[in-house]
Design a protein around this ligand. Structure first.
Ligand code: ARG
Length: 472
């Protein structure tokens, strides 16, 4: 039975049920729906709409339903339109007339918005934890890398040598912005819609503030229409996890390249490699490729959801039910990707000798020659031109750059020392630069950033997590 059958003369057609149900994918909201229902029941009792024995019965029944679900003993029926219907149906089966009071002053519109916000809060905190896990792996590899270096690239052409630690931390900082975005998004998610009803609030003495506080929300809604119609928090969550996926994709792409015979910069651990069903010699980087590949799907989930929302008049429309599958999918995928990429990064072998050899070309120090002239008074544009001519000549006549520098009246033997292997990277001394001197400060700053993230996560988790008693 649907919750709304009394209005209609005939039962819903099978085709309607099959097309409109959400139970097949929204049952994972059950713990949050139960927590919100318990808070709602407590609010009804505070308003005098339930006496204390009715309240106790309803709370105990909701907890019992939670236990049935946690034990896998809850029987969903195909006639349960969604998880909210299933729970109310079961509460009424178990608690009779008292059960029939649970939906007092409430609509599935504010109910589903509340459950979604509770779900998003808890899951985004898991994504933060996953991000911190990957950042830890990157930071550990940065420490291990010490003063080793590799070519830094622009346009995927060798540009200047950079410390390997600097490269790892570059990805770490991008992920730090993702963490920051998640915390920021969580702030807007942290609003209780319960008490908005179908769209307009209620004539009954509800207690939206008390319910919000019991669920650990920072505040309640300001406008009932907005409370049930708003899903920009879903769009925002989809964007932030898509951004995480874009970052994972870029890391993945690099590792695909680095693990080729052509680069040879890293060798993936066997636990994080796959083989070929046909070619016996193959060792493939499927984790890195899927970190890249799944990103497309997450971007699709975001754009699809934005398109669904764009035409909806206030307030609730059934279209809003379409928020769930893309959001669940994106959050699930990014959670798995973070763990897999962290494992791959933590276990890959760094072929430092290969990286350094690739970075040791004297051309990678061409800018150091130009800057050598600059500190001796040559305007930069002229210095750039002079060095570029030497480089061109070196390629054209196949003469080592060192020889031309030594023979040049602008340079001489002192300048040749700039071109020796391992020298250029040590000369990047400005704040945030790629050399060892600024790196020490950067590494300290990154360690502090990780500590701050962990303490913000702890503070939020203690408020946002313990609201699902039957599933704790
Ligand atoms: N399953 C629905 C959803 O996810 C619940 C709300 C149904 N509300 C309604 N007025 N039909 O949006």
């Amino acid at each position: 039975m649907t919750l709304w059958q009394a209005r209609l003369d005939s039962a819903p057609d099978k085709a309607l049920v099959a097309f409109t149900e959400s139970l097949s994918f929204d049952r994972r909201l059950a713990p949050y729906d139960l927590a919100a229902s318990i808070a709602h029941v407590n609010g009804l009792a505070r308003g005098g709409l339930l006496d204390s024995s009715e309240r106790d019965t309803l709370v105990a029944t909701l907890e019992a339903v939670g236990q049935e679900m946690a034990a896998g003993k809850f029987e969903f029926r195909s006639s349960d339109e969604d998880v909210h219907t299933a729970i109310e149906r079961r509460v009424t089966e178990l608690a009779g007339e008292t059960g029939a009071k649970v939906h007092t002053g409430r609509s599935r519109n504010d109910q589903v918005a509340t459950a979604m916000r509770l779900w998003v809060r808890s899951e985004l905190l898991e994504v933060v934890a996953g991000l911190i896990g990957l950042q830890d792996a990157l930071a550990a590899r940065a420490v291990e890398a010490g003063d080793s270096y590799l070519p830094g690239y622009t346009h995927l052409q060798r540009a200047q040598p950079v410390l390997l630690a600097h490269h790892f931390l570059a990805h770490g900082w991008a992920l730090a912005r993702d963490v920051d975005r998640l915390f920021d998004c969580l702030d807007r998610v942290d609003v209780s819609p319960l008490g908005a009803g179908a769209l307009a609030g209620s004539s009954l003495p509800l207690d939206p503030d008390g319910v919000a506080a019991e669920l650990g929300f920072a505040r309640r809604f300001d406008n009932s229409l907005d409370a049930v119609a708003d899903r920009d928090f879903v769009a925002e969550a989809l964007f932030v996890v898509a951004m995480v996926a874009v970052h994972l994709s870029r890391i993945g792409e690099e590792i695909v390249l680095w693990s080729t015979d052509e680069f040879g910069f890293v060798t993936l651990a066997d636990e994080f490699s796959t083989g070929s069903s046909m070619l016996p010699q193959k060792k493939n980087a499927d984790v890195a490729e899927l970190a890249r590949g799944k990103c497309g799907r997450l971007i699709g989930n975001l754009t699809g959801w934005l398109a669904t929302m764009k035409g909806l008049p206030l307030a609730y429309n059934r279209d809003l039910q379409e928020d769930k599958e893309p959001l669940f999918d994106s959050v699930d995928q990014v959670g798995r990707a973070l763990v897999a990429v962290a494992g791959m990064v933590a276990t890959m072998r760094l072929n430092v000798a290969v990286m350094q050899q690739a970075a040791d070309s004297p051309y990678g120090a061409a800018i150091d020659l130009a800057e050598w002239l600059v500190v001796r008074g040559t305007p930069f544009r002229q210095a750039h031109g002079l060095v570029a001519s030497l480089v061109k000549e070196s390629f054209l006549r196949q003469v080592p750059l060192e020889e031309l520098v030594e023979a040049s009246d602008k340079f001489g033997v002192e300048a040749v020392s700039l071109l020796a292997p391992g020298v250029a990277v040590t000369r990047r001394t400005t704040p945030g630069g790629a050399g060892p001197v600024p790196l020490r400060l950067q590494a300290d700053a990154f360690a502090r950033c990780l500590e701050e993230e962990a303490s913000r996560l702890d503070a939020l988790a203690s408020r946002m997590k313990p609201v699902i008693p039957p599933f704790r």
